[in-house]
Ligand binder design. Structure first.
Ligand code: HEC
Length: 173
């Protein structure tokens, strides 16, 4: 036969269990639900002096092939007589913004070989020894000035990724 006291005890136990459950589910609720699109970190501000420095270096060393305003060679998507692709734009219409800062510095310092270029010369000459790391980074800052916020955001994401294998010469598009 059950004593009334036993009954009270089991009711208290049940209530306590219920409370613990409630508190537990509240704790779960308190964790913010993961948002599908995290708010992107604000884009780093570009220093106007670095842009100007980069633009000056660009005009001296790069504009002859890539165009006065980084618009690329005319018909840059058509292979030339040798089968090489002409110099692409660095503004929003090209694909420079797809590469991380590290990859861009590697391309600029090391030069680039077109996939179809089997000659001893590189398609784009290397600038290592002619431009310092700091000058190369200034040129890249100038390019960033030409990109839309969406493309800049994409490029910043590439910068935040763990280091990727270096692009093979000519394979980086
Ligand atoms: C003699 C012509 C020439 C000069 C000078 C030159 N480039 Fe290039 N560059 C090219 C060509 C051609 C390509 C494309 C090669 C290929 O992929 O076939 C290229 C590709 C690039 C790319 C890769 C773009 C991409 O989206 O894959 C970058 C970055 C670049 N150049 C930056 C520079 C910078 C910065 C300078 C000046 C410091 C410079 N280039 C000077 C001819 C030149």
């Amino acid at each position: 036969m059950r004593l009334p006291l036993d009954d009270t005890r089991s009711r208290i136990a049940a209530t306590a269990a219920g409370l613990i459950f409630l508190v537990g589910s509240c704790a779960i609720q308190a964790v913010p639900a993961p948002t599908t699109r995290p708010t992107p970190a604000p884009l780093p501000t570009l220093n106007p002096d670095r842009i100007a420095q980069g633009r000056a270096i660009y005009s001296q060393f790069c504009a002859s092939c890539h165009g006065a305003n980084a618009e690329g060679a005319p018909n840059w998507e058509q292979p030339d007589a040798r089968g090489d692709l002409p110099a692409p734009p660095h503004d929003d219409s090209g694909h420079t913004w797809r590469h991380s800062d590290t990859q861009l510095a590697e391309i600029i310092l090391g030069g680039l070989r077109d996939t179809f270029n089997k000659t001893p010369e590189l398609t784009m000459p290397p600038f290592s020894g002619r431009l310092s790391d700091e000058e190369v980074s200034a040129v890249v800052t100038y390019f960033k000035r030409l990109w839309s916020p969406e493309h800049r955001e994409f490029q910043e994401q590439q910068n935040r990724r763990p280091s990727m294998p270096s692009p093979s010469p000519g394979g980086a598009r």
